[in-house]
Design a protein around this ligand. Structure first.
Ligand code: WTA
Length: 654
């Protein structure tokens, strides 16, 4: 983007881009106003972008009133999400590519799956699930590589009204078992191995380990993807590909209510175990489709690539549901940005003539460090728009992305949203809103953000403001509850700032009314764009026999955004050796997964606690940030001297 036009530091799309965009600045102002002035009328019209079996007569019915929180959209309508994503395209685009599958190894041919083939394969998968006794409302856990079967399985669940819960293939057997148990899944679908970056993760063997801790009734459906040998338990394990080949190629879709759950996705919170965020069918699909169209200025014929994994919400909304509802061609990439070399992303963009490219700032930062040759080597002339998600983007990375990938001609959409929100909340619509490196800018249609003062919960009425970010009212794509725990749902999101949805993020609103997300204000950290609850890492650490106590905080990390800093108090008599440090790292990797591995472990003979025994995390964060000059008031500590020891032995010296 060039820094043309009005204010310095504001980037605008070219006149050409704006002329072809779905929406320009005036259009945005008009439509945004309409969306908040009369949500019922606005969303009734927007909901026509998907197919309804029985049309709804009610649109919005929700309250954020703590103690009574209830969110419903289009509640008396019925639909089938897989029919809206596949069947309704049969008349117009049956032979168009729906999914381009790009394998880990570039020497393996990519696959172009048409909408017709998607219907057949989804149907076959649905018939396999039905044969296992899976029906409406049953839960199916997916623990899969980024392969077409993952898309078939998600859509097959939607087709028969089952609820999927995708577990990222980087999670450990323990994490998988917890999710199977919490959702009381009937079936887990996995693969033999997951190739990534030339290495293979043994998913089937992980699943075997997980299933030791689950009910005997859970069936294990295995996609033989690499074909390498695995264990096989007769009567429990099912060969998915063989069953699909033998199954009928068509499966009728089931009519479900708009408020019937489509999926559960577990995500980290500030306390306790991961939370099972529940998304329902009608509102979610409308919102995913609409944000996909407007945020990415998606047009027919575009090739859309979101590099996320389907194990995260980004993969749900912007690899599968949004793009397919819009009849798009969407890329599913099995690999990593640096295999076989640091040019892989750009090679794939050139190979498939990608028009919109959507990735995380952490990926941009790591590729930035490898030089521009990897980018220059490939023809990126097909790109029209770039996007980022998952964490704030620093201006250096934004500028590099703009200059070297976008060649100064692609708008960059910095999309702020969450697992809980289903789709984008705040982002610069590319033809309408000027971009500022590091700012998510303006709310999407129907989203009413507020900045509150965390000290007194007062709404900041000045345009320029700093505080915590809340949302005033519901929108169709937001979560409805936490699986099996509505009380925790209200507690986590609606108790702190009464009447509002609390995002957990801090933000700044500038003079132009643009929002800058400054990061989590709770005990959630963001490591390489992945959410991690510090409490989860702590409970993994204290589960080790050598550990008496642990406190985990985030600290700034050049590539990952935040790194994981663990303060560990050992059991009496245990030696704090380097070997033990390594052992604890491996321990956390196996308890949760590689993404949770602490970057720094400091031996802490004592932790700073108040006299009532509460750990003062503020102090631990400061020391981890190597910013201990202003620790604030430490006089309320039970033993202020522990702080000196922690400072003397700090691990991050800048
Ligand atoms: C952070 C990912 C700044 C934020 C879609 C949020 C961001 C958490 C941005 C949700 C962004 C996401 N700028 N921060 N553009 N996007 N975040 O649930 O802290 O994995 O609360 O959803 O990521 O992470 P989640």
């Amino acid at each position: 983007m060039s820094d043309q036009g009005s204010a310095p530091g504001v980037y605008h799309a070219s006149a050409d881009f704006i002329a072809n965009a779905h929406i320009d600045a005036d259009g945005y102002a008009r439509m945004y106003e309409a969306s908040v002035a009369d949500p019922d009328a606005f969303w009734a019209e927007q909901a026509q972008r998907i197919d309804w079996i029985k049309p709804f007569t009610k649109v919005k019915n929700s309250t954020f009133d703590y103690g009574n929180v209830s969110i419903k959209w289009f509640e008396d309508g019925t639909l089938n999400v897989s029919a809206s994503c596949i069947d309704r395209h049969m008349l117009t685009r049956a032979d168009q590519t729906a999914i381009i599958w790009e394998p880990d190894n570039p020497a393996t041919p990519s696959l172009h799956i048409t909408y017709r083939q998607l219907l057949e394969n989804t149907s076959r998968m649905a018939n396999v699930l039905k044969a296992q006794g899976v029906g409406k409302g049953d839960r199916v856990v997916l623990y899969l590589p980024m392969i077409p079967e993952a898309a078939y399985a998600m859509l097959a669940c939607a087709r028969i009204g089952a609820i999927h819960s995708v577990v990222f293939a980087g999670f450990s057997p323990d994490a998988l078992a917890n999710r199977i148990n919490d959702s009381e899944a009937k079936v887990v679908i996995t693969a033999d191995f997951a190739p990534r970056g030339g290495k293979k993760t043994a998913l089937k063997s992980n699943t075997d380990k997980a299933l030791f801790d689950c009910s005997d009734r859970v069936k294990c459906l295995v996609v033989k993807h690499t074909g390498d040998q695995t264990t096989w338990i007769e009567g429990r394990d099912v060969d998915v590909k063989a069953e699909m080949a033998a199954a009928k190629p068509y499966c009728a879709y089931v009519e479900v209510g708009a408020e019937d759950p489509l999926f559960i996705l577990y995500t980290s919170g500030s306390t306790g175990r991961p939370k099972g965020v529940v998304h329902t069918s009608g509102g979610y699909l409308v919102y995913a489709a609409m944000t996909h169209q407007y945020t990415f200025d998606y047009h027919d014929g575009d090739v859309f690539w979101c590099t996320a994994d389907v194990g995260w919400v980004t993969g749900h909304s912007y690899i599968i549901y949004g793009p397919l509802a819009n009849g798009a061609t969407t890329i599913m990439f099995e690999g990593v940005p640096t295999f076989p070399d640091a040019g892989r992303f750009w090679e794939v963009c050139a190979k498939h003539k990608v028009t919109q490219f959507y990735t995380a700032p952490t990926a941009i930062r790591s590729l930035m460090g490898m030089g521009t040759d990897w980018v220059e080597k490939h023809d990126l002339s097909s790109l029209k728009l770039l996007g980022t998600v998952g964490e704030p983007i620093n201006p250096e990375a934004w500028n590099w992305y703009n200059t070297h990938v976008g060649k100064g001609k692609c708008p960059i959409v910095d999309t702020f949203w969450q697992t809980e929100t289903g789709g984008h909340l705040i982002t610069p619509l590319p033809g309408a809103i000027g971009q500022k490196p590091g700012a998510a800018t303006k709310p999407f249609f129907g989203i009413k953000p507020l900045v509150l003062d965390p000290a007194n919960a007062e709404v900041q009425t000045e345009t320029a403001a700093v505080g915590v970010l809340c949302i005033t009212d519901s929108w169709p794509g937001m979560m409805r509850t936490l699986w099996g725990d509505h009380a925790r749902f209200e507690e986590a999101y609606f108790s702190q700032y009464r009447g509002y949805y609390f995002t957990g993020d801090g933000c700044r609103r500038d003079e132009d009314g643009d929002y800058w997300i400054t990061g989590r204000v709770d005990d959630v950290i963001n490591v390489s764009g992945h959410r991690m609850g510090t409490a989860e890492v702590e409970s993994a650490l204290v589960a080790h026999e050598a550990v008496a106590e642990a406190a985990v905080v985030g600290y700034p990390h050049d590539i990952k955004g935040q790194g994981i800093y663990a303060y560990v108090t050992l059991m009496n008599g245990v030696d704090p050796t380097d070997a033990l440090r390594k052992e604890l790292e491996v321990w956390v990797r196996t308890e949760i997964g590689p993404i949770a591995k602490p970057d720094l472990i400091q031996w802490a003979p004592g932790l700073p606690k108040t006299r009532s025994g509460k750990i003062m995390r503020r102090i631990l964060r400061k020391i981890a940030e190597n910013d201990f000059a202003a620790l604030g008031d430490t006089s309320t500590l039970a033993d202020p001297s522990v702080v000196d020891d922690l400072i003397d032995n700090r691990m991050n010296r800048g």
